[in-house]
Every structure is written in C-alpha cells, then in structure tokens.
Design a protein. Structure first.
Length: 215
C-alpha cells in the first residue's frame, strides 16, 4: 500500500502517445514526513502517521508539540495514518514524495467535496420543476412536492429526498490512473477529475479494487 498527502492545484490537459487529449488533475503531492510509527507490539497493528504542510508553532497544542518534538520534525498542518505491512523499514522522520507513484499506477483519491450550503431538492437531488411556469399554478415550481403519505402511515418515510445540507462530505474516487509524475515540482497528474476545490487536501493511495478497471 502506497499513499501520499497533497493539495489539489487545478485541472489541465496532456496529450497521450496517440495524440489523444487526456484531462488531468494536478496534485502537489508531498513532501510528507513520518511523524509516528505504530507497531503491533505497542499499538496492536502496523501503521505510519504521516504529516504534510507546515504549521506555526503558536497554533499547535502542547500534546502535539511534544509529539513533533519527539519525532524531531517541524509541526505539520495535516496528519494521516496509513496501514503498512509487517516487516516494513519506515522510520520516524522519513519522507514521502510524488515519486512513490509512477506512470500507469492505479490509485484511489479521497477528498472533501465543495460545500453548497443548504440547498433545495432541484440542486441537491436533481429533481425537475413542477407544472407549467405560468397560468396560476402558484409558487411551488421548485418545492419538494408530494410527501407520498396520508392518514396511513401519517408520517414521511425515512430517506425521503428533501432540501438540506449539500456537499462538504468525504468522497473517494476509485481506480484513477497516474498519467504523469513531475519529480522536480513534486506533482502528480491524475486522469480525470477529483473531489474538492482547488487548494484543498487530497489523499492519494494505491487502489483497493484494481480488478474493476482503471479510468
């Protein structure tokens, strides 16, 4: 299992070997440093805690300050735990960069989607407007519509599509392909789009369902 933290920088396009235009997302991946190494003897499982992005010391609480001081590294803005196999050679202070992946690797990308706030059913659930837009139909064109219940069962069924919070949730896009690795600029070019706005944190790790086919 390989993984790295990064920042989404936007989208562009590259040309493939046959001249086909490939849309790609640029991710500034790393450098990430290992803050803690967890072992089966001390924690019950094998994992490494990776830090990414610099953070002012004044913004770090005392427990985390002690952990960073023990690791001998500067405070990090983001922390993420990755499971590893037994017998690994990772050590505290080690670095992960974009070159942990190579062209052709299949990855899963996790990020938070853009927050849309409180939205109606048309934006949130892609529902259609109701009735003609004139001739006395009333201001109900973008409303929820029928709730599908009367005196029996006298309630709205669970999971009814209604207005509410939309976006700002963690989403994982599976089986994306790495089409470019820029070691000098520490960037990954990932085929297709990934969740979140530009400048948001993304987690790139080896795909868990490669048999499903890459996109």
């Amino acid at each position: 299992m390989k993984g790295v933290l990064g920042i989404k920088r936007g989208m562009t396009q590259v040309f493939g070997d046959k001249g086909i235009v490939i849309p790609v997302t640029v991710v500034e991946a790393g450098p990430c440093q290992i803050v803690q190494v967890k072992t089966k003897e001390t924690d019950g499982y094998e994992a490494v805690v990776v830090g990414f992005g610099e953070k002012r010391k004044s913004l770090v609480n005392k427990p985390m300050t002690g952990q960073f001081k023990k690791a001998g590294i500067s405070p990090k803005r983001y922390l993420k735990e990755f499971r590893v196999e037994a017998g690994h050679d990772h050590k505290v202070g080690g670095e992960f960069k974009a070159d942990v992946f190579s062209i052709g690797d299949i990855v899963d990308v996790t990020a938070k989607t853009k927050g849309r706030g409180f939205t109606g059913v048309i934006k949130r659930w892609n529902q259609a407007r109701v009735g003609p837009m004139s001739h006395g139909t009333g201001p109900v064109h973008r409303h929820v519509g029928s709730m599908g219940a009367n005196s029996c069962p006298s309630r709205v069924f669970k999971n009814k599509h209604m207005a509410g919070q939309y976006g700002n949730e963690q989403v994982t896009i599976q089986n994306l392909t790495i089409v470019g690795v820029d070691v000098d600029k520490n960037c990954l070019l990932i085929k297709g789009g990934i969740p979140g706005p530009d400048g948001s944190l993304v987690v790139v790790k080896s795909a868990v369902k490669k048999q499903g086919g890459a996109r």
